[in-house]
Design a protein around this ligand. Structure first.
Ligand SMILES: Nc1ncnc2c1ncn2[C@@H]1O[C@H](COP(=O)(O)OP(=O)(O)O)[C@@H](O)[C@H]1O
Ligand SMILES: [Mg+2]
Length: 243
């Protein structure tokens, strides 16, 4: 999946490059006349069109891959949030060596396990933490917290909260946050597919995600997943110990 996203980014770079090169030829008056300018423009448009078609095909593949995994119905094994977070911490350490931000971990040792595919949870937490760290720009805190809750139907859920003390998200961006290709970053830093993928993975695992933020007051993502072991607190406690 990440490979496919990478391809889309490359295609967008290629399109941008083609248009830029053509525009600068135009501005420098390098065409002999109107006819040459027109026929060259037509060529460029054809190439841009072909690349755009390819990018669309890839995005279709991404959504197909996501719905296919939705339908696969492969049961998730109970997993430990702490262990998934440890893997994410390790990856973050490699991506951001010598980090200058603080990570605060409030995942209790005895916390119950949840139903989620391990690699999916690692990818979800990594995408969210990566966004937070980029927003922190080297100063501030990233906080992860796990707590238990109950849905009104009585089902036990685990909440994972990932909060940062970054600049927050303006209202106009917040409403479009999970849309594909929604990004405020330059092309070398982001492609706007992270949160779209996160949403797909969360849903696939029977979870939910919400975000709250305000300009200047940081950002908080809240994930909810079914707790392994069913509905009663006693059952949850039993599962917790086998972590
Ligand atoms: N923790 C955060 N703090 C501030 N802005 C955020 C945060 N997380 C996401 N965003 C905003 O949401 C946008 C979309 O995020 P994402 O889908 O991961 O794409 P990308 O990171 O490639 O831009 C980001 O460009 C950024 O503007
Ligand atoms: Mg991102």
């Amino acid at each position: 999946m990440l490979n496919l996203q990478h391809n889309v980014v490359n295609i967008l770079y290629a399109i941008k490059g083609m248009i830029e090169a053509h525009m600068s030829r135009f501005e420098e008056g390098r065409f002999s006349g109107r006819d040459e300018a027109l026929s060259r423009s037509r060529e460029v448009m054809k190439r841009v069109y072909a690349q755009a078609e390819l990018a669309l095909l890839i995005t279709k593949k991404i959504s197909l891959a996501m719905s296919a995994s939705n339908n696969r119905n492969e049961p998730a094994h109970p997993i430990s949030i702490r262990k998934a977070w440890d893997a994410v911490r390790k990856m973050l350490g490699e991506t951001y060596p010598g980090n200058r931000f603080e990570i605060i971990n409030h995942i209790p040792h005895e916390f119950p396990r949840i139903f989620c595919h391990r690699n999916d949870l690692v990818e979800i937490l990594y995408c969210l933490a990566d966004n937070a760290i980029q927003a922190l720009e080297g100063k501030g805190k990233l906080i992860i917290r796990a707590s238990l809750g109950f849905r009104s139907e009585g089902e036990a859920i685990a909440n994972i909260v990932l909060a940062d003390t970054g600049p927050g998200i303006p209202e106009e961006t917040l409403t479009r946050l999970f849309e594909p290709f929604m990004t405020t970053k330059s092309l070398d830093k982001g492609n706007g597919l992270g949160l779209c993928l996160v949403k797909g993975l969360v849903r696939k695992n029977g979870g939910s995600i919400s975000v709250s933020s305000f300009r200047g007051s940081g950002t908080t993502f809240t994930l909810a997943f079914p707790v392994a072991g069913g509905r009663s607190p006693k059952e949850m406690k039993d599962y917790a110990m086998t972590g």
